[in-house]
Design a protein around this ligand. Structure first.
Ligand SMILES: Cc1cc2nc3c(=O)[nH]c(=O)nc-3n(C[C@H](O)[C@H](O)[C@H](O)COP(=O)(O)O)c2cc1C
Length: 437
C-alpha cells in the first residue's frame, strides 16, 4: 500500500467537528484557550513531529440562525460559532515549523480575485512555500448575507469560482521567476520586460494586473477543495492539489474517489497531482474497552439540539420542520441531497433525523475509528484498501491531547508498517503532497 498523507483539521474557534470538544473534561483539564495563538503553534509542532503534510483550518463567516430561525442554538452550544479568522494564524504556525504545510479555507464568494491572489502569494512567501488555500464558494446563505451579496445557485457559484481561480493564476504568473534582478550597482530592482499586465475581462471579473507581489515559491499556494456537486467535482479535478471528503461509508468513498480520479484522467492530470483525504475522528485507548468507554463518554456530551443546529446550517435548511424519527435516506428536499451519503448506516439502512443530527454533533459525519493504536492503524488501512484514497484528514475529540495521542501512539505504528514517512523530503507543501513513499 502507498504512503498515507495526513492532514490535521482545525478551526480557530471552540468547536471543530465535535460539539463536545470545548467542554470535554480533558479539554477543560488542559486549560484550553482557543483564542491564544500559542495553542496553534503547539499543534503545528506536534503535527510536524507526526510527519503530517499539513495543518488545515476550516472557516465559516457566520453564526447560523437556520435552525428555528434563532441564533440561540448556535451560540448556546458553540455550534461552529464563534469562529475567528484563521488566516493570521498561518504565519504564526509557519514561524515555529520548517516542513509542514499550513492551510486555510478562504471563500471566493465575497472578495475580488486581486485581493485573494495578493493575500495568498504573500502567505506563500511568508511560509517559504508551505501555504495552502481551501477554495470554497461558501457553505450557506448566512455567509453571503453578512457580506450583503445575493447567493447565486450552485452552478453559477462554481462558474464564478472557475473564473476567480483563472484570474488568480494569471496574476501569480504575471511576474517571471527572474523578474527581480536586484542590481544595486546598476540601480535596477526589477526587469519590467518580465512583469506583465493580465488585462482580464471576463463574465464576473475584470483585472488589469500585474500583481504587486513577486513570484511566490509555489507559483501561488497549494489549492485545496471539498466539493461534491458535479461542478464542484469538476472544479476540484481541474485545480486541486488535495481534496477533503466526508464519506462515512467506504463504498461511497470509493465512488467519490473513482469519480474524481476519472475526471482528472479526462483532463490529463496524473492521479498523484490531487490527493483525496478522507475525514475521520480517531478515539484511542490502551485497550479496546477503554477506547469504547472514551467514545461513549464523548458522544454522550453532544447535545442533540446542537447537532440539529450544525446540520441545518450545513444543509441551509431548517430541519425543525422534519420529524425527529423520520428516516432520512429517501428525503427529496433539494437542500438535503448533498449530505445524503451521511444518512445511511454501514449496512445501507436509513438513519433517522435524530441519529443523523446526533452524529453530526459528534463528528459532522466523519466516521469514528475507535480502538488501540494498532487497531486504528488496521482500520485506516482497511478503509483505504476498500475506498481508494490517499490519506486522512483527522479531527480530534478533545484539544489539546487527542492530536498528541494520535501522533505519539498511532503514527509510530503506521511508520512501522511503512505507511507514514519517517523524514521530510522536498521543500514545499506541494512536494509533500506529490510524494508516494
Ligand atoms: C471536509 C470539508 C470541509 C469544508 N470546509 C468548509 C469551510 O471551511 N467553509 C465553507 O464555507 N465550506 C466548507 N465546506 C463546504 C464545501 O466547500 C462546499 O461549499 C460544499 O460542499 C458545497 O459544494 P458542493 O455543492 O460542490 O458540494 C467543506 C466541505 C467539506 C467536505
Amino acid at each position: 500500500m502507498a504512503m498515507m498523507h495526513l492532514a490535521q483539521f482545525l478551526v480557530h474557534g471552540p468547536t471543530y467537528h465535535s460539539l463536545a470538544m470545548w467542554r470535554h473534561p480533558k479539554t477543560a483539564a488542559a486549560g484550553y484557550d482557543w483564542t491564544r495563538p500559542q495553542l496553534y503553534q503547539h499543534i503545528a509542532q506536534v503535527c510536524e513531529r507526526g510527519m503530517f503534510d499539513m495543518v488545515f483550518f476550516a472557516d465559516l463567516n457566520y453564526i447560523s440562525d437556520t435552525y428555528r430561525g434563532s441564533l440561540d442554538p448556535a451560540l448556546r452550544y458553540a455550534a461552529q460559532a464563534p469562529e475567528h479568522d484563521p488566516i493570521p494564524l498561518l504565519s504564526y504556525m509557519a514561524a515555529v515549523t520548517r516542513h509542514i504545510g499550513v492551510a486555510s479555507t478562504f471563500s471566493v464568494s465575497q472578495h475580488h480575485p486581486f485581493y485573494a491572489a495578493r493575500l495568498w502569494a504573500t502567505l506563500d512567501h511568508l511560509t517559504d512555500g508551505r501555504a495552502g488555500w481551501n477554495v470554497v464558494t461558501s457553505i450557506n446563505h448566512n455567509q453571503d448575507a453578512n457580506f450583503g451579496v445575493d447567493r447565486p445557485p450552485t452552478d453559477v457559484r462554481y462558474d464564478r469560482a472557475h473564473e476567480f481561480i483563472e484570474v488568480c493564476r494569471k496574476l501569480w504568473a504575471s511576474w517571471d521567476e527572474d523578474a527581480v534582478v536586484m542590481d544595486r550597482a546598476g540601480a535596477q530592482f526589477a526587469n519590467s520586460a518580465k512583469v506583465r499586465r493580465i488585462e482580464h475581462k471576463g463574465e464576473f471579473f475584470r483585472s488589469r494586473g500585474p500583481l504587486n507581489v513577486v513570484r511566490s515559491p509555489q507559483d501561488g499556494p497549494v489549492i485545496l477543495q471539498a466539493g461534491t456537486s458535479p461542478k464542484g467535482v469538476d472544479f476540484a479535478a481541474r485545480y486541486a492539489d488535495a481534496i477533503f471528503a466526508i464519506q462515512p461509508r467506504p463504498q461511497d468513498a470509493k465512488r467519490y474517489f473513482d469519480t474524481i480520479k476519472g475526471r482528472m484522467a479526462e483532463l490529463g492530470r496524473p492521479p498523484e497531482h490531487c490527493r483525496i483525504l478522507f475525514g475521520m475522528q480517531p478515539i484511542i485507548g490502551s485497550t479496546e474497552a477503554e477506547a469504547r468507554e472514551k467514545q461513549e463518554e464523548h458522544n454522550a456530551l453532544v447535545p442533540l439540539e446542537g447537532g440539529m443546529a450544525i446540520l441545518s446550517a450545513h444543509a441551509d435548511y431548517d430541519l425543525s420542520k422534519i420529524d425527529l424519527e423520520a428516516p432520512m435516506a429517501d428525503r427529496t428536499e433539494p437542500e438535503l441531497q448533498r449530505l445524503k451519503s451521511r444518512f445511511r448506516k454501514p449496512s445501507g439502512e436509513s438513519l433517522t433525523l435524530r441519529e443523523v443530527a446526533q452524529r453530526h454533533g459528534q463528528s459532522v459525519g466523519l466516521p469514528q475509528f475507535v480502538g488501540t493504536p494498532a487497531s486504528i492503524a488496521d482500520q485506516m488501512e482497511a478503509f483505504l484498501r476498500e475506498a481508494g484514497g490517499d490519506g486522512f484528514m483527522l479531527s480530534p475529540i478533545y484539544c489539546p491531547g487527542a492530536i498528541e495521542e494520535f501522533v505519539d501512539l498511532v503514527v509510530p505504528e503506521l511508520q512501522r508498517r511503512g505507511l507514514v514517512r519517517t523524514e521530510y523530503r522536498g521543500r514545499t507543501m506541494r512536494d509533500l503532497l506529490r510524494q508516494d513513499d
